[in-house]
Ligand binder design. Sequence first.
Ligand code: NAD
Length: 477
Amino acid sequence: MKPLLIGGAWVDAPAAAPNINPSDTRDIVDEYGQADAALAADAVAAAAAAFPGWAQASIQRRSEILDAAGSELVARAGELGRLLAREEGKTLPEGVAEATRAGQIFKFFAGEALRVYGDAQRSVRPGVEVAVTREPLGVTALITPWNFPLAIPAWKTAAALAYGNTVVLKPADLTPGCAWALADILQRAGAPPGVFNLVMGRGAVIGSALVEDSRVEAVSFTGSTATGARIGAACMARNARVQLEMGGKNPLVVLDDADVELAADCAVNGAFYSTGQRCTASSRLIVTEGIHDRFVAAVAARLERLVVGHALEDGVQIGPVVDGRQLDQDCEYVEIGRKEGARLLMGGERLQRSTPGHYLSPALFVDVDNRMRIAREEIFGPVAAVIRVRDFEEALAVANDTPFGLSAGICTQSLKFATAFREQAKVGMVMVNLPTAGVDPHVPFGGRKASSFGPREQGRHAAEFYTAVKTAYVFAG
Ligand code: NAD
């Protein structure tokens, strides 16, 4: 059984849970310890005890530890990518890319640890100096989802540590393997005891214990909108800082003047790669009349050729759905779409492969109305809905007619429409002639409306969440 990491020691948990490969459910990656609320409290205590030392540690030391962790992640990207593909079901190239990305994120924040800027100003009062500085917060609880099991723990952890906070990481129940590997790497990189702690187990048990612990100064959460709302309310009730990254129902608008091949590539990549299990997935394809049929035909031709199968097999482009429950949910939405009157052009069927896994053929709905549930609710699977519209104005209105606001894309050759869309899409991230998914690690990530709450993650904007601003007034006398 893989143990928890608390206060620099590997600690056995009272129970264990198997980590099952969704490409082959006979393959158990390993057994992972399941903490209880008392062990979660121990991890918080360890992080609280380690905080004063880490907050005072030389920024050079913090930077070197993050850099060493980044180097190991990059050097072992092949092996870690394989672990990721095995426990989550991303294809091997996607897994290796995510592991490499995780390493690059640590290296970015190794630099940021050395760049915590302040601001010296003159006061309006003669003889008084004003200094604005940033300080670490204290213990941070990081709660992460299964769909980016290495990159999301990396971008929260690296930022928290860079600015001098200590960490208790609670990874998703389905994918503890990558988080465990990250804990092991941080230990080897020289993180002092208690600076980084790992507790695995059920969200309802240990997630809640972390969120409600008064010693936890800040909670950074990525996951579903429903869980985020609960965590947000619990944090606000006790004045803890909270950052929520949640669901999406991201539109990709395709206008008559778009390059149809490029638009179809963007749609297929954005909607179906990573099995559609990305918060930034293009689940609504909003297409103007003049290009509609050509675009649908180009997407359908690509879907015919997509290879769905075991995540570790050569040539596979779409891995399995993460587990049986998610597969049931995806199939349920396919049924809902049919009943609502949308036309299932292709896919949406459970597939048999040579290994027992959770396989689904990519599903494309046409004749979708934006009021249908398949256009409003996050499905989080390889299911996309094509919505036909008259013109740019209607496309923009439909794109914005959603509770979510994470990412939005437009395919067009018109500078005028691209600019208008950039300005008027009510989202945190906007893409022109690119898929709605796929972002850089050194610039802000996040959304608006029901997709996000609190400051942005990643890049130097991460400092907004992981530091407290202090304004000092000094009169020399
Ligand atoms: P989830 O909400 O079920 O779980 C996320 C995490 O919260 C897990 O670690 C879980 O154990 C924990 N948790 C569950 N109940 C809890 C509770 N009561 N208290 C504290 N913690 C609790 O989400 P998921 O199924 O793992 O991930 C899929 C969701 O994540 C999708 O909605 C997707 O859009 C979203 N997501 C968002 C982003 C983003 O940045 N916006 C990125 C990736 C995924």
